[in-house]
Design a protein around this ligand. Structure first.
Ligand code: HEC
Length: 107
């Protein structure tokens, strides 16, 4: 798990200059969240997989935001607070959640 976070952080450092100031959910996802969510690493619900996301989306956005901002341990694994990138603003993390939910068929 720690290794995954370190790898993800290293990847983010490579792309950090491409992270805009405005909360662009897709950019935040592409830069930070994709490391785990694109392939479903360590139990992360896979991007665009409606089945993996439906029960999570049903919890409501407030819960998804809360789990993303503060971290969350579920049955599948551990979602680190802000994906481990505590430099992200709350708005950036929320925008990335919106992007991922929309990609999985939620609103
Ligand atoms: C180090 C890997 C990792 C990174 C990076 C990561 N996630 Fe996750 N995330 C997970 C795992 C694992 C879970 C599933 C936890 C469980 O349900 O057991 C998860 C779950 C979630 C959930 C669902 C929470 C719920 O209540 O079901 C959301 C939303 C989420 N991540 C958003 C994000 C966002 C936004 C980012 C980027 C800022 C991000 N994640 C980056 C590993 C990661």
């Amino acid at each position: 798990m720690r290794k995954t976070i370190v790898t993800a952080a290293a990847m983010a450092a490579l792309f950090i200059s491409s992270a805009g100031l405005a909360a662009d959910g897709k950019a935040v996802y592409d830069t930070y969240c994709m490391a785990c969510h694109a392939m479903g690493v360590a139990g992360a619900p896979k991007y665009g997989d409606a089945d993996a996301w439906s029960a999570r989306i049903a919890q409501g956005k407030a819960t998804l935001y809360e789990h993303s901002l503060n971290g969350f341990q579920g049955e599948a694994g551990i979602m680190p607070a802000k994906g481990g990138f505590t430099n992200l603003s709350d708005d950036e993390v929320k925008a990335a959640v919106d992007h991922m939910v929309a990609a999985a068929g939620g609103e």
